[in-house]
Write a protein that binds this ligand. Sequence first.
Ligand code: SF4
Length: 180
Amino acid sequence: MHRIETISREIRTNGFRCRQCGACCQGEEKTSRVIVSPPEIDRIIEATGLEKSEIVLPYPEFIESDEGGWFTFEWCLKNEDGKCIFLAEDERCAIYSARPWICRTYPFALNGNTITISECPGIGEAITPEEADALAACLVKRQEAEEEEENAVEKIFSSHTVPEGRTVAFDSRGMWSIHG
Ligand code: SF4
């Protein structure tokens, strides 16, 4: 069976309908865990006219380098009072057409060929075959984009050192100094 068909079937078995409750767009942390890559940040910048620094913070888990610096990988959308900065007052996404992969495919994700499901009140609701197919195709595209990003980050990471006293974030486009 075609891969997308298999994934679509599993989505249909679980059932899903977005209730537009906004629950997946908010939490208690200062930064969300909506991880975004440079191409995703570009799309949001294009859609909003905002600067990168207004949209994202570095992923908030830093690792100490052998040389005594600190590093992390990628970026997360900013939160305000625990809500994604793009969550509008009506609980809708203000950047819907430019929203990141993780938002397009939530509550589903692929781990290799295994589908994982996060907590969501919309699970168990009926979904049409067409909607499930579209979601399955989106999950595969997300996985491809993530693999491409990971490979590029790996190359950048292996060709840089993080010097003592520096804090940086790595992404597919380079090593970025973090201030403050
Ligand atoms: S970008 Fe949109 S869908 Fe994603 S967390 Fe923010 S408000 Fe929610």
